[in-house]
Design a protein around this ligand. Sequence first.
Ligand code: AMP
Ligand code: GLY
Length: 417
Amino acid sequence: MKVLVIGSGAREHALCRSLSLDPDVSALYCAPGNAGIAEVAELHQVDALDGAAVSALAVELGAGLVVVGPEAPLVAGVADAVREAGIPVFGPSKEAAQLEGSKAFAKDVMARAEVPTARSYVCTTPEEAAEALDAFGAPYVVKDDGLAAGKGVVVTSDLDEAKSHAGACERVVIEEFLDGPEVSLFAITDGVTVVPLQPAQDFKRALDGDEGPNTGGMGAYSPLPWADPKLVDEVMETVLQPTVDEMRRRGTPFSGLLYAGLAITSRGVRVIEFNARFGDPETQVVLARLKTPLAGILTAAATGNLADLPPLRWSDEAAVTVVVASHNYPGTPRTGDPITGLDEVAAQDAPHAYVLHAGTRREGDAVVSAGGRVLSVTAVGEDLTEARDRAYRAVARVNLDGSQYRTDIAAKVASGA
Ligand code: AMP
Ligand code: GLY
């Protein structure tokens, strides 16, 4: 089977890596890709937001499956364009992607499906926002309704900051603060059948000790030894299946990857957010542990055949990923710096640890930084301690001037605390 992956981040590199190891994949293409993906897939240039261009490329390449990685093309309707060209596509329609594209829409779906989530108000004027903030009290949670590349949510105890974020957005969702550890649970669905993956936890803040600004994610690990073994079943029953059923009932079935961002509160599991795609960096650790070949799973979802898929097989190993970001991330990152040490990681740390590229590009013989999150090092081990040690040993070999990474990814959980 020929597979075309759309996107250029570490998530797409992780997807391409798994697909490249799948014996059913005869050719692997990625557009636009990055310097690391180029080692496992043939790169093509395309505007990922242009559905006509993506479907034309898929037709030209003879792709039997297109995987749309990021949210922006999904919300722009790229999966619809590919589907209309008659090619199986892994990724929801434009309408179904509203589950991520509009927080107000997601809240409405959850209310109808009786999915547990934070109580909330949708506000469009400063007066409404002030009233909602007053109703919930501090800490305040203010969310831009639309896609904001991880920058739309402000959680603060400062009322003025909460009001000013609300004022800067056209439409906001203001909701109650959810206390408790966060879990990311991904599920593959064809719109009817739902197959959960293994849960992971990501680290959203930029600095050690969960300090500093929110980011797209600075690291992740899986499995979660502290989580209730019944967690996945519970989330399937109370969140994932009801949401997929509600989307179908509305006439906008959701197929692809449904990502539930969850808070484990003292009153039970609550949905913080839905995403309509694999999450980054959790994908790196979840796929590192998945033993079932990936192309068959994604194809079953794309063609409505998930009910016939045998149960997924998972490795008993633990996985940890550590993100290396450029100078000044998550502000305006500095780019164009050379990255060295990648060959040493390949020579000394593989196969247990490996680099997945995010914002990188090739300049002559050199690989240089080209974005905020530059790469992530993923490692597996017998337990989280071994996976973490291997990941950090490899991170230490990577050189990028001014770069930063958290030193405490999975530290607490590995120490058993
Ligand atoms: P999101 O962009 O929706 O993933 O939100 C970013 C982060 O904000 C989440 O990972 C949480 O850490 C935090 N957050 C979002 N909603 C809430 C909430 N209702 N209560 C507490 N924290 C939240
Ligand atoms: N890890 C968070 C996200 O992908 O949105």
